[in-house]
Design a protein around this ligand. Structure first.
Ligand code: FES
Length: 387
């Protein structure tokens, strides 16, 4: 499309002497000589470029289809397929989706570089409000651009691009399937999504051991005011390995604190304590930071992330900060060898709150726990009022 340069070459004629001076200093460089591309002058080159672009769109479409195939055929999860040490599901889904986007992008760029009409435009400056004539001209130019882009003249390429772009939506649609339960989960052969958040490897009789070294703890090992990072002995007995071990360890992380038994303010907290020793989840109920900043004299535990503060003398209730619920407490007892053990798993899910949770009331939680565990817990010295 050619342009009329006369408008932009017009000067403000109110200072002719100044115009003459600036023209002398900065002569109009004009436009560079235009070089036509091979596809502009050679129909064979144009056809070749068209086939290349179509090939890229075709590869994009194939990649999208392969994504869907991989989604259904490659086994995800901890026990899923592994290729070259990587999770095969993530690898194939990432690569196929990546290639679908890459080839679509290359196709569009190649179309623009090789096939869209190569002309030089000159942008004229107008007053802010365009005249009707200018607006009509703009519409005419848009129509011309539409024509020059080839969208109308090249229906095959246009449809190939639209087709590959439409197939890109397929991965997003098939992944909606993950929002529901699998057949195995519906038939209870596998836990429903999120069920793993409700349990840890703590169980009745599992010894409370020191984190890192794994040594068991007797109540007499702790002075009043001592705080210990603890884990279940299960983490150290060799029964778990790899990712399952790391997941179990992170969910079961626990802190032990010994306080004067007279400082305990809540009956449930007292019931689940041994000689003033209480155990709580180490995972903040706000967004899951590990907590261990202990205010020794107040029994307050402070989360370093957003300053949520929990009262360990009063069922871990929130006394400050954004956490929405108390810190789960682990019921403690003592085994026949005199070592601290858990009386059960945590009576409520540890970690951040999520949609399945329907009660934060500690007395309701204790009543439920008593029905299921109190009788068995007596072998570890459990009695109401604490040990
Ligand atoms: S994670 Fe603990 S206060 Fe936010």
């Amino acid at each position: 499309m050619s342009s009329d340069l006369s408008e932009i070459e017009k000067h403000d004629d109110s200072h002719p002497e100044l115009n003459a001076h600036t023209d002398a200093l900065l002569p109009d460089p004009g436009l560079h000589e235009h070089h036509w591309r091979p596809t502009d002058v050679d129909p064979k080159a144009e056809k070749r470029a068209e086939r290349q672009v179509a090939l890229y769109f075709g590869l994009s479409a194939i990649s999208s289809v392969l994504f869907v195939v991989a989604y259904f055929l490659v086994e995800p999860g901890y026990d899923g397929d592994v290729w070259a040490g990587y999770g095969a599901s993530n690898l194939t889904l990432g690569l196929t989706l990546g290639f679908a986007l890459l080839f679509l992008g290359i196709g569009v760029i190649q179309w623009a570089r090789k096939l869209v009409v190569d002309v030089e435009h000159t942008e004229e400056r107008h007053p802010a409000a365009s005249s009707p004539a200018t607006r009509e001209a703009a519409v005419a130019e848009l129509k011309a651009a539409l024509n020059e882009s080839g969208l109308a003249r090249r229906p095959f390429l246009r449809n190939a691009m639209l087709g590959s772009a439409a197939l890109l939506g397929l991965p997003a649609i098939v992944m909606l399937k993950d929002l529901g339960q699998t057949n195995a989960q519906i038939t209870k052969e596998q836990p429903y999504p999120g069920a793993g958040l409700e349990h840890t490897v703590w169980d009745a009789g599992v010894r409370v051991v020191r984190d890192v070294v794994g040594t068991p703890i007797r109540p007499g090992d702790l002075e009043v005011g001592d705080l210990v990072n603890a884990e279940p002995a299960t983490i150290f007995d060799g029964s778990l390995h790899g990712a399952p071990l790391q997941i179990a360890k992170s969910k079961a992380a626990t802190i032990l604190l010994r306080m004067d038994p007279n400082d305990i303010e809540n009956d449930v907290t007292r019931n689940w304590s041994v000689n003033g020793i209480v155990a709580y989840s180490k995972i903040c109920t706000h967004v899951g930071c590990p907590i261990s900043l202990n205010e020794r004299t107040t029994h307050h535990l402070l989360c370093p992330c957003h300053q949520s503060t929990f009262d360990l003398a009063d069922h871990g209730k929130v006394i400050f900060g954004p956490a929405g619920r108390h810190l789960p407490q682990l019921p403690l007892g003592v085994d026949s060898d005199g070592f601290l053990v858990a009386l059960s798993d945590y009576p409520e899910p540890v970690g951040v709150s999520y949609w399945e949770r329907n009660t934060y009331d500690i007395d309701e939680i204790f009543d439920e726990w008593s029905k299921d565990h109190a009788a068995d817990a007596e072998q570890y010295g459990y009695k109401e009022g604490g040990q």
